[in-house]
Design a protein around this ligand. Structure first.
Ligand SMILES: *Cc1c(COP(=O)(O)O)cnc(C)c1O
Length: 436
């Protein structure tokens, strides 16, 4: 077998996520052999700036020396032990740390390995809580239009992205979508805040009628990621919290993408000064190193499961719950966030990148240019067929790993990106806009 056969064979053996495999006939996947900082290197030695943090997970660069050192130390001690009946230092330290830094009163951490599983856990816990608290009719979850919460069946039920959902509709539980507060849908002359408050008023009307059967509202605070980086005013979250309280409905904040500083504060909910009943975290939690997710919840919910009856416990499990290596990577990540005063530093980086992006913002084909913390996005008008793939491939020629969502181009770089790299990223995007 020659090399070409070998690579064709291996391409068929790996079935890639979110990919029409036939496209690999024209554009085979890039084989990455190493990474340092914000850069990834392919087999031929070409390098690419990771402008989307490898699907939004990487915070402090690839092969970060401090996270590597923590993992090497942990490898010499314990890689994993089951978390039922056993515990270990990394999971205890991580849980205490998360409880200390998250909005009060979230004092309990339940672990899984990926974001979709965190969504499943929050939904099941909410439902089970109401079963055990005298409200067995509360069995319906509501979400926001254009919301994304993962792609397992339960998570997909509360997701509102047709591309991922439509095919599987017959398998899913009906889950009503409330109007989105995304300011791109503002009416003429309406401010982002007025748009958010109008959406909140519609949420209130809905709950006033249906609260008796609603267990929880799940949403992505401030930025609706997968549906195209839709951004909205924090007033929506403030109102949603108050409305959920008034109607005895749980609020599930899915900060899987926006947690750990992405929106400019450690957690997006902080910008509305609210605390959810469930907080889902994953992606950046382990610095993008290892699969890890957590659902944090309140004493009230924890106590509803605390009983001498086994059946009243939350009997949900994942084999790798609280994996020691993943927890250790998360501890190292949180240490960097804190010790290096990253969130304040990101403010300077964001203002620098906004300057670099001025010609992009002013480009005649750019619409709805927006920025929230370390997330930038805009729509490109009049996209030709095949725009999304073409943009990504032109990006590679500009040394950029960039993957638009439809005609939405976004940047979500690792926090270690420096000024020179930000300049290169902005120049590359402008070049593509001028030639696509
Ligand atoms: C990525 C994402 C998920 C799903 O996480 P996976 O680890 O991909 O299952 C859920 N919610 C939001 C907001 C996300 O961005």
């Amino acid at each position: 077998m020659n090399d070409k056969n070998l690579s064709a064979h291996s391409n068929q053996a790996v079935w890639h996520p979110c990919t029409q495999m036939k496209h690999h006939e024209t554009f085979p996947p890039l084989s990455i052999v190493k990474g340092t900082g914000a850069w990834l290197y392919d087999e031929s030695g070409k390098r690419y700036l990771d402008t989307i943090s490898s699907w939004w997970v990487n915070l402090f660069g690839h092969c970060n020396p401090r996270i590597n050192a923590a993992l090497i130390d942990q490898l010499g001690k314990l890689e994993h032990v089951m978390l039922a009946g056993f515990t270990h230092e990394p999971v205890v330290r991580l849980s205490e740390k998360l409880c200390a830094i998250s909005p009060e009163p979230l004092g309990h951490c339940f672990y899984a390995s990926d974001g979709a599983s965190a969504t499943e856990i929050a939904l099941k816990m909410s439902f089970h809580y109401w079963q055990q608290s005298g409200h067995p009719a509360k069995t319906v979850f509501i979400n926001l239009q254009n919301g994304y919460h993962g792609e397992t069946l339960g998570a997909l039920s509360v997701t509102d992205v047709a591309l991922f959902k439509q095919t599987y509709a017959p398998l899913l539980r009906p889950s009503p979508s409330m109007p989105t507060p995304d300011w791109r849908f503002a009416r003429d002359g309406e401010s982002p805040e007025a748009c958010a408050l109008r959406a909140a008023a519609e949420l209130e009307n809905y709950l006033a009628q249906h609260h008796a059967t609603i267990a929880a509202l799940i949403l992505e605070p401030l930025v609706q990621g997968a549906a195209g980086m839709g951004m909205y005013h924090p007033s929506y979250l403030k109102r949603a919290r108050a409305i959920c309280d008034a109607y005895q409905v749980h609020l599930i904040a899915d900060e899987i993408a926006v947690g750990f500083g992405r929106t400019g504060t450690l957690f997006a909910c902080e910008q509305a000064e609210i605390s959810p009943d469930f907080l889902c975290l994953s992606k950046g939690l382990s610095g993008g190193y290892l699969p890890l997710s957590v659902v944090m919840t309140t004493d009230d919910i924890y106590q509803a499961f605390y009983s001498s009856q086994t059946s009243q416990a939350f009997l949900h499990s994942h084999s790798h719950s609280g994996n020691a290596l993943a927890c250790r990577a998360a501890l190292a990540t949180l240490e960097i966030l804190e010790q290096d005063n990253v969130i304040a530093g990101n403010r300077h980086k964001a203002s620098y990148l906004n300057q670099c992006l001025q010609p992009v913002q002013a480009h005649p084909r750019v619409e709805n240019f927006r920025n929230c913390g370390m997330i930038w996005a805009f729509e490109v008008s009049d996209p030709a067929p095949g725009f999304t793939l073409k943009f990504a491939h032109m990006g590679l020629d500009q040394q950029l790993l960039i993957r638009p969502l439809g005609n939405t181009v976004y940047l979500m770089p690792p926090y270690v990106i420096n000024e020179e790299e930000m300049h290169l990223m902005a120049q590359g995007v402008l070049h593509i806009l001028n030639h696509i």
